[in-house]
Structures are given as C-alpha cells and as structure tokens.
Design a protein around this ligand. Sequence first.
Ligand SMILES: *[C@@H]1O[C@H](CO)[C@@H](O)[C@H](O)[C@H]1NC(C)=O
Ligand SMILES: CC(=O)N[C@H]1CO[C@H](CO)[C@@H](O)[C@@H]1O
Length: 730
Amino acid sequence: MANTSHAPLFETKKVKGSLIYKLFAASMFVGIVLIWIYRATHVTEHGRFVWIGMFAAELWFGFYWILTQAHRWNRVYRQNFKDRLSQRYENDLPGVDVFVCTADPTIEPPMMVINTVLSVLAYDYPPDKLAVYLSDDAGSDLTFYALLEASHFAKHWIPYCKRFAVEPRSPEAHFRPVSDELEAIQAQHLASVKRLYQGMEDRIELAAKLGKIPKSALLEHRGFSKWDSFSSRRDHDTILQILIDGRDVEAKDSEGCRLPTLVYLAREKRSQHFHNFKAGAMNALIRVSSEISNGPIILNVDCDMYSNNSESIRDALCFFLDEEKGHDVAFVQFPQNFHNLTKNDLYGGSMRVINQIEFHGLDGCGGPMYIGTGCFHRRDTLCGRKFTKGSLFDWKQSTVPRKGETAAELEERVKELASCKFEKNTQWGKEMGLKYGCPVEDVITGLSIQCRGWKSVYFNPERKGFLGVAGTTLDQTLVQHKRWSEGDLQIFLSKHSPVWKGLGRINFGLIMGYCVYCLWSPNCFATLYYSIIPSVYLLKGDPLFPQVSSFWVLPFVYVIIGEHACSLAEYLWSGGTVLGWWNGQRMWLYKRTSSYLFAAVDTLLKLVGYSDSGFVISAKVSDKDVSQRYKQEKMEFGAVSPMFTLLSSLAMFNLFCLALMVMKVIRAGGLQSVNETMVLQILLCGTLVLINLPLYSAAFFRKDKGRMPSSVTLKSILVALLLCSCYAFL
Ligand SMILES: *[C@@H]1O[C@H](CO)[C@@H](O)[C@H](O)[C@H]1NC(C)=O
Ligand SMILES: CC(=O)N[C@H]1CO[C@H](CO)[C@@H](O)[C@@H]1O
C-alpha cells in the first residue's frame, strides 16, 4: 500500500468577497432596527391593534432575516482529489451498499425505478465491493419482475457503459438525446443494447397493463413463489431475494467480468404493526445488508433519482478516507438536482439558492442536513455510534463471514431481520438507524448524528451527481411544501428540536441554519397579515407606513430594495434567469400563504389533540396536456383545491383594492390627490397584483384545462368582496 504521500484528499475553501457581504448585511440590520424603532415610537391612536400587528409582522420578518444570515455568513466550498484516492487506496476501497426505496408501483413506475437501479449498478467501482438493495414497501411482484429483468439487462448494460465510458448511466437518460456522433463501433453496440432495453421495457409495460407476470418468468425464478402467501401490501411475509450474488464467481456479465450484488427486499408488513414509512424501510435495509455485504459506506437515493456521474462514490470517499480530517465525517450530502426543469423554473423547483448558497453556508457551520437522497453515510454512525476524539475510521475490518451458505440459505437466515417483531424492545428508530415518529425522518436523523459530535460535508460539484424529477404542477409543489414545512415545524416543537437538543452540542450558527427550515411554516402569519391589512387600510384611506417626505421612509425603502436586490443577485449567480427569479418570488408568496398556513394549522390542531385535518388532498391531475403546459411554463390551476381558493381570494382581494383605489384617484382628479402617506401601501398592493397576473389570466382568460375552475373563481370573488367590505368595520 503506497501510503507515503500525505497530500490531502480534499480541500475546503472559504468564499471570497465575504467582507463586502458582511458590510451589506450589517447595513441591512441597521435598517431593520430603524424600522422596529419607527414602529415602537409611532403608535397611532386609532387602530392600535392593527399597528401592533404590523409591528409583530416586522419583528418576525427581521428575526427571520437574522436567522437566514447563518446560511450566508460563512460559506465554504469543497474540492476533492480522486486521483490521490486511487493512488493510495485503489486496492483497499471500502464496500459500498446502495439503498433505493420505492413505495408504490403506480406513482413510481417500475421502469423509472430500474433505471435508477441500473445507473447505480454501473458505478465505476469494483463490483465485488458494490451492492445495490431495492426496498419495495408495496411488496409488488411487478416491481420484483422489473428488477429481475433489470438484473438480466445489467449483464449487457454494465460492460457497454464501461467499454465506452458512457455518462450518465441510466439507460433512459442515455437513450434520451439522439446522439448521432458516435463512432461506428459504439453505434453498433448502442443499437444492440437499445434493442435489449426496448424488449425489456415492452415486457414490463405489458405486465403492468395486464396486471400479470408472464408465465415464463414465474417458472424461471423461484422468488415469485413468495407471493403465494401474499394477501395485501399491508399484510405479507418478508420477501428477500438476492437477484445477483456478487460473491458467486459464476455471476458474470456478458464479457466475463464480475457483477455487483443486487437484492430485492419487501419487509414483513402486518396491519397491527406500524411500519414507520421510509425510516422503517431504511432500518430494515441497514440490518439485512449488514449480513449480506456489510459495506461500511451506505448510499441512499430516491427511486426517481438516477446517478448522473459514475464517479460519485469516489467523490464521496475522498471525504471519508482523508487521513487528517476524514475521521469525524459522518455523512456526505449531495444536492438534490432535477433533470426536468424548464428554463424559468415556474414552480421554483430547482431550489437553486438553497443548493448553491444556503447549504454551503450550513457546511461552514458544521455540515448540511441529511435530506434523504443523494447522501453517503458511514454505517457505524448511522447505527448510533458516538464521536470520540482520536478514533479512526477503520473500514478494512468489516467483511461478513459467509459460512459457505448458498444464496437461498442466506436469504432464509437473514429474513428475520426484516420482520415486524425484530425491532421490539430495541433501539432501532431511537438511537439506532433512522429516527421514527416524524414525517421528515431524514432531517431529524441527520441532526441527531450531528448532536453526537459528528460533522457532515456538502459536496456540490459542477457536474451533478444525482438527478431526480421535480413536481410539474402547482398543486404538487404546494402539497409537497406543506408536508416538508409541517414536518420541519414538528421537529422544532419536539424534544429533538435543534434548539434544545442542539444547544451546546452543535455550532450555534448551525442551530440558526436549521431553524430557518424548521420555521418555514410560521412565516405564513406575517405574510398573510402583510398581504391583507395594508390593502384594507388603503381602501379606508389610513396610512400604515411613514410618508414619503419623512426620514423614516428611508429604512423601509432600503430594506425592501436591499433584500430583493440581494435575492435577485443570488438567484442570477446560482445560474437562474430574471424571469425565473420573478417566478420564484411568486412561489415564495404562494407557499407562505397556502402550504405553510395549512401546515401551521394542522400542527396546531395536532398539538391540541385533533388528528390530521385532512385539509389538503393532492389532486391527481392526469391530463395529457399537463406536461405540454409545463414545458410552455403556463401555471397549472386546473383542480379544485382549498389552497387554490385561498390563493385566488387573496389575489382577487388585492385586485379589487387596487381597482377601487384607482377609481378614487380618477374621481378626485389626478395623482396629486393621493395622500403621500399612502405611497408605500399602493406600491405593496400593486406588487401583489402584478405578481398574481398569471392567476388572473387563469381565472378570466384561459380556455385550456389548466385554467382556474370557475367554482374556485366564484368562491374567491365572494371571499374577496367580503374582505373588502371589512374595512367599514375597522
Ligand atoms: C449530467 O451528466 C452529463 C454527462 O456527463 C453532463 O453533460 C450533464 O451536464 C450533467 N447534468 C447536470 C445537470 O450536471
Ligand atoms: C421539461 C421536461 O423534461 N419535463 C418532464 C419532466 O418529467 C415529467 C414526468 O416524468 C414529464 O412529464 C415532463 O415532460
């Protein structure tokens, strides 16, 4: 082992120009404090409560802005050196177990799942050290059939990828572009591998359509007999099948090279045992894999997220195996990127600023959170190990003895580990594995690892490591954010909150960084207040902001312009367009006034003992034209959803307020009649109308199926009129 060179395997660089940013942030802070002082010293006599509300909203916005500085204050960027890794450790690389989780063959079609599986099977990594596990919480024989087909196809796909250094290695993504510049020899191979792929696709699609596995497959593989005792997806035995046994010297691809291990697992389900969703599936995988391959490194990817870079394992290993600084690294998180975004990112799905800026800031404070996909973990830290100073990461000791068993004997022995009863009276779900009892199990698990003294690393290379599918309708996006923000708020209120759990255990900046996400949902109150009350008072003719000629207008103007200029600059710097930023601002508003509100209300209801209000049910739009409209960046409103009613009511209300205001001005004979104290309020109302333009067009002008349903439009107009008439009583 050539371990003489001690050049590091990775480097960490601080961001340049942070002094300028810090000066800017300091000036913004002064502006915010001045706004607070103005509010505190200029209480009006009438409408005192409204004034207090404005003050509360501004206190909240200012406080939240301070929290977000944790994401910007101390950003770091990571660079690694894979060539040094190969030089030093090529013959000693650790085993890596890849976990892919799927839960529903209709929402997550088997073709998509096996494309992800194939892309990770084809990693540029020694096959005897790579094992891929698919956890199927639906226990679907169709998914099993697709995986069986994939295990055959892999024998041709892997050698093809390696021979021609194909990137990316998801077959679907490779065939997607029409590449005509291939050399003749590759073109020939491509044609034959594509034919095999299409054959496989046809068989799987046919099986899905008929709801029946072909006879020949049933006869071919003994695994299907496990479905004889299968009664439903919520009630069945463990089904564990080793489809490719990497230790078997007979398991070879079409060119005679060894293959990675491939395992299918559907853990036992019983209706009387709660299954703990994805966290339960992951924990079963951790245990089962420990007896089959026991890789010291675990990669977790969502089933819709294929590997876009065959070297990502090596990328991650640079951080774990560095002799100087690698010992305290518990996990390496890659950003979540998407392959189906449109240019101007209508639904803000790219999470550009989070990926390119905020997570780098968290990394500077001790490490990013674990976001459940595209993340490499050390097995021992995931299983509850505490950090102790001076302990080394010794990955060479972890081979599993194989007692001369056949694959079938091994399956029989290991099956127990995925049974319902196994976790009873153990630390699984508490101190070991992923934590239970929270809808965002990943974030809370990452936090508890960090609280045990470990660091994490955010690695965000130019060429993205993993690409998934972003939501393509407004409804999907809002519902997803409701789930996220609700889960994060529950973490905040639980005994595992970053505040009380983290205090003294992790960096204070990291606590603030976590709180930015945990407190997404409470943002709804201040935002709602700001988008309703100033407009009501506009109608009433009462000022809520300082008049234009006063000194006090300056901090308002400075903070508003500064905040938006900064967010625009960050968005553009992260590779976005101006229109994309504007769309992002709209989503900012929509999320705060619908998803976050529902999340906050549901959480409050749960706190006082009601179960889920069931307010929000994702409407399954299955219109052929939906994806067409998505590509044209036309917002999709075509569903009756309480969220849309809310958004639309707010939009109509501000439209009416502005219209009434304009009428008033015209009647009074010109702009000079506008009281100069009302300028900021008019601007605020006008901006709200401007940002809602796509909504008005969906309600009044569009004819396609993505337009606002007329029942929603009608309801929202009524609500808006009611709100408008409110001012008479204030
Ligand atoms: C994915 O990989 C391909 C092939 O290497 C690369 O050209 C592309 O830029 C990558 N995609 C992203 C989003 O980085
Ligand atoms: C632009 C783009 O690629 N859109 C696709 C994103 O993914 C969905 C679901 O797979 C497709 O329907 C879109 O066409």
